[in-house]
Design a protein around this ligand. Structure first.
Ligand SMILES: [Zn+2]
Ligand SMILES: [Zn+2]
Length: 480
């Protein structure tokens, strides 16, 4: 006898979740050792492992061999598998142990179970080189070192390990699944990722995160190389645009598409600067990112200011090296460097999901429009505009000024509220609250009949828009 039976199957328990548990208890070791750093006898408690099988129909009589298919285990072990690869074929049996431990228990269970001496000889030892992984699991410490070195320049709190594994290994693994016909395996990638993750976690004192890691490190086990996927950093804030004449985001020169030409003074841009560039410059200094994108909750016209409570935005910093930011200080520095063009507030960390929410947000907006009439208008007539347009739905064809870049279609928008302040008989200020996407300028001047009804049409006078400002964005965070 090679080993004295180390394990006895002592208890089959049926618990209320309709699962059968087979508890393997440990007897004192007389011969054999666990292939881990820790000696087996130091392990407590005495009960080592619970093998459980989820069964939909519990048969009346249950034999042990129905629970852990030792024939399958024998078949797998006799392929010449390392403990990792053997345990992994039955990974869904038993909790709270690694595949390596599971493989060890299984091999020992086989040793005590098999009567036939030659069958026993086939499974008794861990082979010097595993038929399946060719010793890949011996390389885990090396992989973890490569990952740690690669991660070193970056600030991060969470990470995830991914891997690319030799096609031949994956192929052998799939063949084995076919041969065993066993559904309780785990793919080799999952184990490599998890085991390297554990080693890295212990070394760098950061945590693995499956949902939303700061960095994903993908190991290519064939070339001992690691590629990093750095999650962008998302910062939420609200901006005010205090001057007219700058766009929200960088506009490439129409002539050279950003390359730089005579027309754009070799800047590649239509405008010297933008809200995005003003804010991003400071954030890029802090994060050492590679690039940025700007996501606004809508955008105002270039000639309009954005005042009041400011417009929500999310700045996305790509490949940030630093992501631990002092946000209050950052906010102050942006405002200091914006030269009175832009003011930001409410800066906080955000997410990719919030970008979608901000882009899709349909919120009311309030505008101030200063209008000059071609002819004097009586105050009483002007007052009627309020009654005529409040809570009124208007139809707007795509304005002529944006027709070159947007499809020509008609849309309906509601004017929620309107208020008028007379300056003199040829000037007035309208305060208009409208549904998301309303073309306010066109509501006032009518766009040659493309918006119906319009204030110009109603007053029967040509309306010139002197200034337009966005005064309030009525989003949930925006306050009153
Ligand atoms: Zn192996
Ligand atoms: Zn150009």
């Amino acid at each position: 006898m090679l080993g004295i039976s180390i394990y006895n199957l002592v208890l089959i328990s049926y618990n209320c979740q309709q699962s059968l548990s087979l508890i393997i208890a440990q007897k004192p070791i007389i011969n054999g050792h666990l292939p881990t750093e820790k000696p087996l006898h130091s392990r407590k408690p005495l009960i080592l492992a619970t093998f459980s099988l989820q069964l939909t129909n519990i048969g009346e009589s249950m034999e042990i061999s129905d629970l852990v298919d030792l024939d399958l285990a024998e078949k797998a072990a006799s392929k010449g598998l390392c403990y990792h690869c053997l345990g992994r074929q039955f990974a869904k049996h038993g909790h709270g142990m690694s595949n390596k431990e599971r493989g060890f228990y299984l091999r020992n269970a086989l040793i005590s179970h098999l009567a036939d001496e030659s069958a026993k000889q086939k499974v008794v030892r861990e082979p010097s080189e595993c038929w399946l992984c060719s010793g890949l699991f011996n390389e885990l410490p090396k992989f973890s070192e490569i990952v740690i070195k690669k991660l070193d320049p970056y600030q991060y709190d969470t990470f995830l390990i991914g891997s690319k594994i030799d096609a031949e290994i994956m192929d052998r693994e799939e063949r084995l699944w076919g041969e065993l016909g066993n559904q309780h395996y785990e793919p080799i990638k999952a184990e490599i990722n998890r085991e390297v993750g554990k080693l890295v976690e212990a070394k760098v004192k950061k945590t693995v995160n499956f949902e939303n890691p700061d960095i994903t490190a993908v190991i290519d086990t064939r070339f001992d190389s690691v590629e990093l996927q750095i999650t962008p950093l998302f910062l939420y804030g609200r901006y005010k645009k205090l001057i007219r004449g700058i766009p929200q985001t960088r506009w490439d020169c129409k002539d050279c598409w950003g390359k730089g030409c005579e027309k754009c003074n070799y800047t590649g841009k239509m405008y010297d600067t933008s809200i995005e560039e003003i804010i991003a410059k400071v954030v890029m200094d802090d994060t050492k990112g590679a690039d940025h994108s700007f996501h606004g909750m809508g955008r105002e016209d270039i000639d309009a200011r954005m005042l009041g409570n400011g417009r929500p935005f999310i700045l996305e910093i790509k490949i940030p090296i630093k992501r631990h930011l002092e946000l209050k200080k950052l906010e102050k520095r942006i405002n200091l460097h914006s030269e009175g063009m832009v003011e930001v507030s409410d800066i906080r960390k955000s997410s990719k999901e919030e970008v979608v929410a901000i882009k899709d947000a349909k919120v009311l907006k309030t505008y101030d429009v200063e209008v000059e009439f071609a002819e004097p208008i009586k105050h009483a007539k002007l007052k009627e505009v309020v009654r005529a347009f409040k809570d009124r739905t208007i139809e707007q064809k795509t304005p002529k000024r944006v027709l070159h870049r947007r499809a020509d279609k008609t849309r309906k928008r509601m004017v929620k509220d309107i208020d008028i302040e007379t300056v003199d008989d040829k000037k007035a200020k309208f305060t208009i609250t409208g549904e998301s996407g309303i073309y306010v300028k066109e509501l006032v001047h009518g766009d040659e009949g493309r918006t119906k009804p319009s204030i110009a049409e109603y007053l029967d006078v040509k309306c010139n828009i002197k200034t337009l400002d966005v005064m309030h964005i009525h989003d949930e965070d925006g306050g009153k």
